[in-house]
Design a protein around this ligand. Structure first.
Ligand code: M6R
Length: 366
């Protein structure tokens, strides 16, 4: 059942072009139109929204952090993202015109389910679930549902669920934008056109595996790592750090690169590898100056750039380039190399990649 792969995680990483294209199939084959994707009445319910509140845990929460950028910039709708276990125990002020979005691969995560229950108790009626498992508890308890079509995810470390959640959330941002009259037919067409390229770009990123594997040899010898990103790529840094710690047991932390000087820079020396997500977006120059701060303290830089970002390898600066800058969808493509880095580092360290210690695939207890 593993075919040519050694682990489910590796198989699931490589299934991503297929998982993503299955998930968006209905979107792009349905005549380039986002109406009707989220179920009957959804577009009507999106019309007078005052905001979105995304609730999730772990990797699904990071998908929500990326979605915030899309929902705010494409739909111009204020969006908050919160961990379910924090939300459920705090006195929040409900705004019934908000759309409550839960994201969950399994659909059974207790923290997320309880957060949804809490939102409903507080009177929230517009609830939407993005989920990978049909008829699981969270979608059953939600008014609107969108199923990702990643297929069964067996590795404890979530991979294809994350990228399929991202494409789903992107289409959600488009649907909200459209129902609010913020998306012209041309803009919708262009966005969906960009979406069509994603499976191919993921495949290109997967082809970087041998280069990432070479980096992993070095990471496997370290005890700590720092991940940096800015804007939409900060959640990718978080995801890279989570994957690495989860399966290789290397202590990894992620920061928005601008935060370095406010504390974490003190950790940087020649023993601290620093992974930087540095696509060619409007924040690239800022990221470069953060990289100089790291180099000045002797930190080794491992940079995931793209073909368009201007970088050269130099002493202590290693660069791997994803094919080309994918615009607003770039976080999806940049996720692939950080997954591969975690996988190959864990492989080198000989850990149980698919079943890391102390963790369960689906967290159904508090
Ligand atoms: O099934 P869910 O998406 O609700 O699970 C949420 C988290 O438990 C999950 O993403 C976890 O963080 C993964 N092990 C990360 O790889």
């Amino acid at each position: 059942d593993l075919g040519v792969y050694r682990h489910y995680m590796q198989k699931e990483i490589h299934e991503q072009p297929r998982a993503v294209s299955d998930t968006i199939e209905g979107v792009i084959d349905g005549g380039v139109d986002v109406d009707g994707l989220f179920g009957a009445g959804a577009m009507e319910a999106f019309k007078d929204l005052s905001g979105a509140l995304i609730l999730a845990s772990g990797t699904s929460y990071y998908a929500g952090l990326v979605a915030r950028y899309w929902i705010e910039s494409l739909a111009q709708l204020p969006c908050n993202v919160e961990l379910g276990h924090e939300y459920r125990y705090r006195d929040s002020i409900p705004d019934h015109r908000q759309l409550v979005v839960t994201i969950s691969q399994s659909g059974e995560t207790l923290d997320t389910m309880e957060a949804l229950k809490r939102a409903k108790e507080l009177g929230h009626g517009r609830t939407l679930s993005i989920c990978n498992v049909r008829e699981s508890a969270i979608p059953r308890a939600s008014k609107f549902v969108f199923y990702t079509r990643a297929g069964a995810e067996i590795g404890v470390a979530s991979t294809k669920a994350f990228t399929t959640q991202l494409v789903s959330l992107f289409t959600l941002a488009l649907a909200i934008a459209k129902s609010r009259g913020r998306l012209s037919a041309q803009a919708e067409h262009d966005a969906l056109e960009q979406l069509r390229f994603v499976p191919g770009s993921i495949q290109h990123a997967l082809n970087l595996e041998p280069q990432v594997q070479a980096w992993a040899e070095r990471f496997a010898l370290r005890d700590h790592a720092l991940f940096l990103g800015r804007g939409m790529h900060y959640p990718v840094a978080l995801e890279g750090a989570l994957k690495l710690k989860e399966i290789s047991y290397i202590h990894a932390e992620a920061y928005p690169a601008g935060e370095l000087k406010h504390g974490p820079l003190a950790l940087v020396d020649e023993n601290m590898p620093v992974v930087v997500i540095a696509p060619n977006d409007q924040l690239l120059e800022k990221v470069k100056s953060n990289m100089q701060e790291v180099r000045a303290r002797g930190g080794e830089l491992y940079v995931f750039a793209d073909l368009d970002s201007h970088f050269t390898e130099s002493e202590g600066v290693h660069v791997i380039r994803t094919p080309r800058y994918s615009g607003i969808l770039s976080p999806i493509v940049h996720t692939i190399p950080v997954q591969l880095l975690a996988y190959h580092t864990a492989l080198k360290r000989g850990t149980d990649v698919d079943k890391p210690r102390n963790l369960a695939k689906s967290v159904t207890v508090e």
